[in-house]
Design a protein around this ligand. Structure first.
Ligand SMILES: [Fe+2]
Ligand SMILES: [Fe+2]
Length: 181
C-alpha cells in the first residue's frame, strides 16, 4: 500500500518536473526569439544609416568645391565604398538571423539612427563637417550595438567591432583633412 502510494508520488513528481522544464524551455525560446528580432531591428537601423552615409559621401564627392578638392573627393569616394560594404555586411547578417533587410529606400529615413544632412552648401569645410557629424553618430550607435551583443552574439559582435573600427578611422581622416584646409 505504502509502496504504491510512494510510486504515485514519484510519478507525479516526475510529471511536474517535466512540465516545469518544458514551460521554462518554452519561455527561454520565446525570450531568445524576442532578442533576435530586437537585434534584427537594430541591425536594420544600422543598415539604413549605412545607405544614407553612402549617399552622403557619394553626393558630397559630386558637388564639393574648394581647396584640396581632388584629395577630398578621393577621400569621400573611398569612404562611400566602405559604407556600401558595411551595408552589405549588415544585410548578410540580418538574413543569417532570419530577418529581412529594409526593402524600400524610403524606409531608410524612418529607420535611421543618424539621418541625412542635405548638403545644400558645397563648401568643402561644410561638406566635411556634415560627414564628421554622420561618423560621430555612427560611432555612438555602433558602440551601443557592441554593448548589446558582447555577451550574446559573437558573430555580430565581431562584425560590429570591424565596422566601428572603420568609422573611427573615417572620422579621423575627415578631421585631419579639416585641420589642413
Ligand atoms: Fe559605415
Ligand atoms: Fe563611416
Amino acid at each position: 500500500m505504502f509502496k504504491s502510494k510512494s510510486k504515485i508520488v514519484m510519478v507525479l513528481g516526475l510529471i511536474l518536473i517535466s512540465l516545469v522544464g518544458g514551460y521554462l524551455t518554452l519561455q527561454r525560446k520565446k525570450t531568445e526569439k524576442a532578442n533576435v528580432s530586437k537585434l534584427v531591428e537594430s541591425l536594420n537601423k544600422a543598415f539604413a544609416d549605412e545607405w544614407l552615409a553612402y549617399y552622403q559621401y557619394w553626393i558630397g564627392a559630386q558637388i564639393v568645391s574648394g581647396p584640396m578638392q581632388s584629395e577630398v573627393i578621393a577621400e569621400l569616394k573611398e569612404h562611400a565604398i566602405d559604407e556600401l560594404r558595411h551595408a552589405d555586411m549588415l544585410a548578410k547578417r540580418i538574413i543569417q538571423l532570419n530577418g529581412i533587410p529594409i526593402l524600400e529606400p524610403k524606409q531608410w529615413y524612418e529607420a535611421s539612427n543618424c539621418g541625412f544632412l542635405v548638403p545644400t552648401d558645397p563648401n568643402i569645410k561644410k561638406i566635411l563637417q556634415q560627414n564628421v557629424k554622420g561618423e560621430q553618430c555612427a560611432i555612438s550607435a555602433y558602440k551601443k550595438l557592441l554593448e548589446t551583443t558582447k555577451d550574446t552574439d559573437t558573430t555580430t559582435y565581431q562584425m560590429i567591432h570591424e565596422i566601428l573600427a572603420n568609422e573611427i578611422e573615417h572620422e579621423k581622416d575627415l578631421l585631419n583633412l579639416l585641420k589642413v584646409l
